[in-house]
Design a binder for this molecule. Structure first.
Ligand code: ADP
Length: 320
């Protein structure tokens, strides 16, 4: 038995408790052993591993195994970002170490917080450069700054919630919400960005339409979906907020660039962006947050899209 395997088996009890995933392969790249933590990290079962079945990670694992030297890579296709590190030991065995990436929280924060901060900076600079001498303009800019600070506060709270979701500590204050006015609030906030893109947003939710959700969390969801609809639509497009096919469901439809069928299942993954060069200033985190929140509500999010025609994001929420 190769030395690495011997050591691995000897330490098995301890290794199982490690907060890092371990997969051990022999020099012929056959899977020999693993620890418990890797199962939850890679969302894989013990039975799968016994059959050496890595499911959706198959190609990525094969690829890293076949690289001659030690290497490191981010795995895609998992709900949480995981980094894989390959170590080749003295006897030719291969150890893959899987760990959650830390940049996740940092990336998430900067993505969501960047825009309000930039806007506040621009508005403040304009005031300092002279707008302060024009009372009407000064009033307008200060109101906008005030709105951005409110947005920042909400975002920080939402992000704190996200980190609580992940640690299983999020409490939700679900209540009946009038969806029409909730959507109106989000539209008002995003109107300046929509105007810039010459996008028309229409709220088609009936007056008395109710949903059952946490008001702040659902606002975050609606804003994110509208923002995306604006971002991924050419000038002159239209966005509609409409009731969905079942009670308590709703959808955000756009006439934008759409998403190719093979990309649809991936867009909810963290850091996934369809076109990295085109989506400047985005990090592929918005939708993973949206999905987290909807999952936590016991709901579901569905996407229908046709490239060149537009997309429809449908949210289903339990009625109570
Ligand atoms: P981000 O917008 O920051 O890249 P998201 O998680 O919100 O991150 O979205 C992931 C990807 O899904 C985007 O990069 C984009 O390619 C695609 N996408 C999201 N919403 C739409 C939409 N309404 N129309 C077309 N593509 C979209």
């Amino acid at each position: 038995m190769p030395e690495t395997q011997e050591t691995f088996e000897f330490l098995k009890n301890y290794i199982d408790e490690f907060p890092i995933g371990l997969l051990l392969f022999n020099s012929k790249k056959e899977l020999i052993s693993w620890n418990k933590y890797v199962l939850s990290l890679l969302e894989i079962t013990n039975e799968d591993l016994k059959k050496r079945n890595f499911a959706r990670l198959e190609n990525q694992i094969d690829e890293i195994l076949n690289v001659a030297e030690m290497s490191e890579r981010d795995l895609i296709g998992l709900p949480n970002p995981v980094k894989l590190k390959k170590i080749i030991t003295g006897d030719g065995s291969i150890l893959l170490l899987a760990s959650e990436t830390f940049q996740e929280t940092v990336g998430e924060m900067s993505h969501e917080l960047r825009r309000p901060i930039t806007n506040i900076k621009t508005l403040t600079e304009s005031l300092l450069l002279g707008a302060k001498n024009d009372p009407e303009m000064a009033q307008k800019f200060l109101e906008q700054i005030n709105g951005e600070v409110d947005r920042l506060t909400k975002l920080v709270n939402a992000l704190l919630n996200i980190s609580k979701i992940k640690s299983g500590k999020l409490s939700q204050a679900k209540k009946k919400i009038n969806l029409k006015s909730k959507a109106d609030e989000s539209i008002k906030l995003l109107q300046p960005i929509a105007d810039k893109n010459k996008t028309k947003i229409t709220n088609e939710i009936p007056d008395e339409y109710q949903i059952f959700a946490d008001p702040e969390q659902i606002e975050h969801v609606i804003q994110n979906l509208i923002e995306n609809a604006i971002k991924y639509s050419p000038e002159g497009s239209s966005i509609f907020i409409r009731p969905g096919p079942s009670t308590g469901s709703f959808k955000i439809d756009d006439t934008g660039i759409g998403i190719a069928p093979n990309e649809i299942s991936k867009i909810f993954e963290r850091f996934y962006r369809v076109d990295r060069t085109r989506a400047k200033g985005s990090s592929g985190l918005g939708l993973s947050i949206v999905k987290n929140v909807i999952d936590l509500h016991g709901g579901k999010i569905d996407v229908k899209s046709e490239p060149g025609k537009g997309s429809s994001f449908i949210i289903y929420l339990p009625i109570d």
